[in-house]
Design a protein around this ligand. Structure first.
Ligand SMILES: Nc1nc2c(ncn2[C@@H]2O[C@H](COP(=O)(O)OP(=O)(O)OP(=O)(O)O)[C@@H](O)[C@H]2O)c(=O)[nH]1
Ligand SMILES: [Mg+2]
Length: 461
């Protein structure tokens, strides 16, 4: 894959829509466009202009046959997404005009772009660093407004700024160590061992705080696991369906309907929540149901929040109480369902098990009190999630590994300093650490890592 190539592909999904875009980037974009674009009545186009849109037709020049009526936008390097010449062809949004226009760009010298190749060029040409390139993917995939907000901040360079701050401290310290190694700098006042130790500790604190922000911010991306549990037939699947506002799970009058766990994401007050419907917990004979109950139990262990559903129209049974005893109280929100029916449940008895817990009375099928339930779920989410103390930052696994490796090297440098190892050895660890940090912003990066990152992008981004 060469940077010299001019690349071209669809930048919008191929389907029926208002418009569809074919985008080219590279040195030959303008010359290819010249070959396949015609303005009405042969009107002259200023091909030296930039960020100009022209009306006209894409034609197959061999037969001068019109393919589609389009708008053509010319963007001159270097002030473009890729820092290369870019041409965008706004076709009618149908698969055939799009495909035909793309085929013509390929026929006249472009190569089909790989997924993420436009953003990869933006990185390779130095317009953005690697963490910013990764945030482009996050913007495209954002599931909530908060998620989008974080990704936009990262694109603007929030994470890069923090990494640069740590790196600067490390580079400063390294330059002192190197001055000590190299006696020609004898006239410089060098930090004492204690000062060096305190600088290393400060670097460690900065790394730890970044790792912590990353850990707590993950909730905005991954969502909290909210597991619906309860005896059979209390209305767990009905609750899932109402929360999702779609008939996702099968609901039926016979107990033991749900066998496998069902997971779906919903957003409540900006929080992404995985809502997980489970098989009712009960004593069962058959192998399949035993497996279903085993799965429910494992979901309970993973849960951040448990929605414990009780059927308000039935007296409490032995099975309810055996569930009450098994679950972790502080994670649990008690939901009394079927309030549209005459109530037979002993709420005092439930209180005995959950003295401090909020109880919400709802009807899943009649949609009674759902707003209050959502409010309570959001309150629970706020309590359960440790929210970042400063502006959230999403740190990918790759970035986290690089930070942890940096931390290891800084720790080794600190250990070396305390054991009075030579400056050379300490400097070596600092250099290694700096290079690990460089992997985050992409100063030090292998082709393999780049391929790994950009292969997750969609075509045309
Ligand atoms: N009247 C009334 N009926 C409800 C309500 N919620 C659920 N039901 C009914 O209760 C029965 C069981 O509902 P499900 O949602 O399948 O119960 P479940 O807890 O998922 O059951 P299993 O999957 O078998 O454990 C169905 O007939 C529902 O229509 C409610 O709020 N009011
Ligand atoms: Mg069910």
């Amino acid at each position: 894959m060469s940077l010299e190539d001019t690349i071209s592909t669809f930048s919008t999904p191929v389907g029926e829509s208002g418009i569809g875009i074919v985008r080219m980037s590279g040195e030959r974009s303008f010359s290819i466009a010249k070959k396949i674009f015609r303005s009405p009545q042969g009107k002259k186009i200023d091909w030296t202009s930039s960020f100009r849109t022209h009306y006209g037709w894409i034609v197959d020049p061999e037969a001068e046959k019109p393919v589609d009526e389009v708008l053509l936008t010319l963007m001159r390097a270097p002030k473009t997404y890729t820092r290369e010449d870019i041409v965008e062809i706004n076709c009618h949004g149908g698969p055939i005009p799009l495909r035909k226009s793309l085929e013509l760009t390929l026929k006249f010298g472009a190569r089909l772009a790989e997924p993420g190749e436009f953003t990869k060029r933006a990185f390779l040409k130095g317009r953005i660093d690697l963490s910013q390139a990764e945030s482009v993917l996050d913007i495209v995939q954002a599931k909530t407004e908060k998620d989008l907000e974080i990704a936009v901040h990262q694109l603007k360079g929030d994470l890069s700024g923090k990494i640069d701050g740590i790196k600067k401290k490390m580079v400063d310290l390294l330059s002192y160590l190197e001055a000590e190694i190299d006696f020609s700098y004898e006239d410089i006042v060098l930090p004492t061992s204690q000062e060096k130790e305190s600088q290393l500790k400060q670097i460690l604190r900065m790394i730890d705080s970044l790792l912590e922000i990353g850990k707590t911010s993950r909730i905005y991306r991954q969502g909290l696991k909210t597991v619906i549990i309860g005896k059979s037939n209390v209305g767990k699947s009905s609750l899932l369906n109402t929360l999702l506002q779609k008939e996702r799970a099968i609901v039926s009058r016979s107990p033991g309907t749900t066998r496998d766990t069902i997971e779906e994401m919903i957003i409540i007050k900006g929080f992404p929540l995985w809502i997980i419907d489970t098989a009712g917990l009960r004593e069962v004979e058959s192998q399949v149901e035993k497996e279903a109950v085993r799965r429910t139990r494992s979901k309970i262990e993973e849960a951040n929040i448990i929605l414990l559903v009780v059927d308000g129209s039935c007296p409490l049974g032995r099975e309810d109480e055996s569930i009450f005893r098994k679950i972790e109280k502080k994670k649990t929100l008690v939901v009394i369902n079927k309030v549209d029916l005459p109530q037979k449940v002993d709420q005092e008895r439930i209180r005995y098990f959950f003295p401090c817990q909020q109880m919400v009375e709802i009807s899943a099928t009649q949609e009674i009190n759902l707003a209050q339930l959502k409010e309570e779920i959001a309150n629970f989410a706020l309590k359960e999630a440790t929210l970042p103390t400063s502006n959230p930052l999403i740190i990918t696994l790759r970035q986290q590994c690089a930070l942890e490796l940096t931390k290891q090297h800084v720790n080794r440098a600190l250990g070396g300093l305390r054991k009075k190892f030579s400056e050379e050895l300490i400097a070596l660890d600092l250099k290694e650490g700096i290079s690990r940090l460089g992997e985050i912003t992409g100063e030090v990066v292998t082709d393999e890592i780049l391929d790994q990152i950009f292969s997750h992008f969609c075509i045309g981004k």
